[in-house]
Design a protein around this ligand. Structure first.
Ligand SMILES: [Zn+2]
Ligand SMILES: [Zn+2]
Length: 211
């Protein structure tokens, strides 16, 4: 399983493609205009990758701006945790509040549950439930290659904001300590914004998570 990262939209959100054996999963598609849509589409085409699923770590507007496009272009509706459905349904209105345009995302294909196993090629992702930044926030962990897509829970030397609806600081810190820090120090963290980090680097140096 390989990881390809793109950075899209006015929020500088990281969109990821996980792929194996010519099949790809789009994680948090944030492409917000024709140039960004083309960049992603051409990359997929040039690498011979057929998108098969759209998965969301959570449904904040910066992570769902490309969902309408993915539906139109590839016929794929997003999959997310049920507790983030209200966030998804509010995405277009929320975009307007931030002064950006976002086509209404399509209704979800299905809901993802904590502990679910998501296969791709001959590997799989484990679904961790990590609320606090958003009520239905999940993370996708590849136990074979020791990496996790953490969305907006944990960043390099930072953590997700908790002032949006459904956010809660104690819950977020609990998610980081009990779910993410429980993984090994060597685990690479692909974040929803900014550069990659590792669990060990954050355990030692993240100023927001103590104890
Ligand atoms: Zn977010
Ligand atoms: Zn974000």
């Amino acid at each position: 399983m390989h990881v390809q990262k793109f950075t899209f939209n006015p929020f500088q959100e990281n969109t990821y493609v996980l792929h194996a054996d010519g099949e790809g999963m789009l994680i948090d598609p944030g492409c917000s205009n024709q140039n960004e849509e083309r960049e992603l589409e051409h990359w997929l085409r040039d690498h011979g990758i057929r998108p098969v699923r759209v998965l969301l770590t959570h449904a904040h507007v910066d992570h769902v701006m490309g969902c309408a496009w993915a539906k139109k272009r590839y016929g794929l509706s997003p999959e997310l945790h049920a507790k983030d459905l209200p966030v998804l349904e509010h995405a277009a209105a929320s975009a307007a509040m931030f002064g950006v345009a976002c086509a209404s995302p399509p209704a979800p294909a299905r809901f993802i549950e904590e502990g679910e196993v998501i296969p791709l090629g001959d590997e799989h992702l484990d679904v961790l439930f990590v609320p606090g930044h958003a009520p239905g926030h999940i993370a996708f962990y590849n136990p074979k290659r020791h990496f996790i897509l953490s969305g907006d829970v944990l960043f390099q030397r930072s953590i997700g904001r908790t002032d949006l609806p459904g956010g809660d600081m104690d819950t977020l810190l609990e998610s980081i300590r009990t779910q993410l820090y429980a993984l090994g120090d060597e685990v690479v963290v692909y974040c929803g914004h900014g550069p990659e980090t590792t669990i060990g680097e954050e355990r030692r140096g993240n100023p927001f998570v103590r104890g």
